[in-house]
Design a binder for this molecule. Sequence first.
Ligand SMILES: Nc1ncnc2c1ncn2[C@@H]1O[C@H](COP(=O)(O)OP(=O)(O)OP(=O)(O)O)[C@@H](O)[C@H]1O
Ligand SMILES: [Mg+2]
Length: 446
Amino acid sequence: MVPDIERDETPWVRLDYKTPPQEAKKLLDFFDRFVVGQEKPKEKLASKFLTYKHGLNKEDKPAGVLLFPGPSGVGKTSMVKVFSNFLFGSPKTFTRIDCAEYQESHTIARLLGSPAGYVGLWDPDNPDPSRKGIEPQLSQWNIDKFGYQASVPNEVKQRKMRLTEELGKLNQKLQDLKDSQVEGPDDEARLISAFNLSLGEFKKFQAEIRQLDEKYPYRPGGYPAILLFDEIEKMHHEIVKVLLQILDNGMVTLANGKQTILRNCFIFMTSNVGSERLAELLENRGVVGFRTRTVEKIDQLIYKTTLEEIKRSKHFPTELIGRIGKENIMVFRQLKEPEIRKIIDMQLEQAREEIMFKKKISFKLIYDQSLKDYLFEETSDPLNRALGARPVEKIIEVKIIEPVRNLLVKGAENAESGIVANDSVKILAENNEIIVQRASRTPNAV
Ligand SMILES: Nc1ncnc2c1ncn2[C@@H]1O[C@H](COP(=O)(O)OP(=O)(O)OP(=O)(O)O)[C@@H](O)[C@H]1O
Ligand SMILES: [Mg+2]
């Protein structure tokens, strides 16, 4: 029976679909700890991750596809590192393809392996180790390895490493004994004499490794993974076809005919396309610099210009943009003054940890506001401006970490001329110069 809508007395409640679920909030909070600003890309990635986690993404496509165009040094690569940290607990657990190294068509072999008949053909099953060839970047294991390793508990990994190491030593010793050609006792007896170990124990080690492997079997293609194509506009157009294949059906065929499944893989692409034209445009309009009041307008200009440039660029064929999908193009924005200042604060804190941790020494380190202002001025210097927040790290290294380390070494030589444990140290800037002060150690000193 068709329900009578007119007489439907069900009370309907309006639902809020705009605020993200709690689960997304956790991920967004994590992103916020490491990447300043760039809210839209963060939200998009969080939503893609949740869709994947709950098995709601398309089955015949990669887990997520995002293109990050935008100026230099504004957090594109950082975002991928943070996502890797979120998934696997390390910012390094992802495959990075530096497209600048794939500008010639023959470099495709590094991604897919060499075609049959070529030197270096990848043949993992060849029993001769010297003929196994080079494993291509897009082999199934290369895609899966971080996810697989993250799925095995640490204590199991450590145990396996120890067993493998022990076995390696035993094998080596056994080999040495064989090589020495001493006639007489069999392998077991040799082991007993060399290590006081029976062959039974040797086999027990092997069996334990096998058991551990069986408990955590490797399931090809079954782990979340991250693949980053950095500076995609530099890639040769023949290699772009590989990417099209991946985006199309979440798989790629290697040179040896094997297929790599990328359906649990998040694919990121970054690009600086449009940055030059943008820089010119901003310069011409006199809106360069972080302290301009027309920030919103600049944002719109950046978004529009970047999309136009992507469409015009011969490096982004229509079929590539079509496969990525316009809604998955997340333009990264120029960082504004408060954002750069926040990054400076974050990195100063990191510098503090680094100094104390490396030197295993504890003292009070105060950063004066004048220092923070000085660092900000340095990043907006004409030479640095086009580099976003990238120079912050270097400036802090040179202007703060190095001088403080120097004073720590001096302190170890002669306490009076440097810093020692429990000192209070203040860093400030005066007339464009960094000044390091130490509180007097005698309480009543004038
Ligand atoms: N939004 C940000 N939040 C925190 N740190 C940032 C941000 N943007 C840049 N940084 C700092 O600048 C450095 C460079 O940033 P990142 O590698 O993410 O740049 P990018 O956008 O990938 O630039 P490029 O296009 O030149 O590769 C980072 O290591 C980080 O220290
Ligand atoms: Mg980058």
